[in-house]
Write a protein that binds this ligand. Structure first.
Ligand SMILES: Cc1cc2nc3c(=O)[nH]c(=O)nc-3n(C[C@H](O)[C@H](O)[C@H](O)COP(=O)(O)O)c2cc1C
Length: 149
């Protein structure tokens, strides 16, 4: 069973709700999952040998929420290459904005640049179509959890 750090970026709490449900699902599957609401680099470092699940919304014009910007910046400035990292990514957004899920996509692009290995595809959730994002996220997380070793 795996250790999973769930790293949340949220403005209004939707991504946090998704993260908390993900924690419950992964725990039921026998994994050890911890949610980080204001994640720091020190939290991230532990999960480089395990799994990271990034669950973030988008604000502004394709930007990451303030709650996760410090982590993003620290990973960018201080880590560089991290090919040992396995991660998953859930991006919340709204397709009525020009840069749909821009925050999550930025995070994915950074981790890809750093050589990290993504487990599964990026899940994008459109708030316009799915006002309750967990209804889309939960089945994705159930499947994602089966891919962890
Ligand atoms: C001021 C504002 C700006 C937003 N900008 C974007 C954006 O650029 N791209 C996008 O896909 N969604 C955008 N959204 C939509 C949110 O990402 C979406 O509603 C999400 O579900 C909010 O999740 P949260 O409660 O975790 O912050 C924006 C929402 C607000 C209120």
């Amino acid at each position: 069973m795996a250790e999973v750090g769930i790293f949340v970026g949220t403005v209004y709490g939707n991504a946090l709700l998704v993260a908390e449900e993900a924690q419950a699902i992964l725990s039921e599957q026998g994994h050890q999952a911890v949610v980080f609401e204001d994640p720091e680099l020190a939290d991230w470092q532990h999960y480089r040998q395990h799994y990271a699940l990034v669950v973030t919304s988008t604000t502004g014009q394709g930007d990451l929420p303030d709650s996760i910007v410090p982590l993003f910046q620290a990973i960018k400035d201080k880590l560089g290459y991290q090919p040992e990292l396995h991660y998953g990514l859930v991006a919340l957004g709204d397709s009525s904005y020009p840069q749909f899920c821009g925050g999550g996509k930025q995070f994915d692009a950074l981790l890809q640049e750093q050589g990290a290995q993504r487990v599964g595809e990026v899940l994008t959730i459109d708030a316009g179509e799915h006002p309750e994002p967990e209804t889309v996220a939960n089945p994705w997380v159930e499947h994602w959890g089966t891919l962890l070793k």
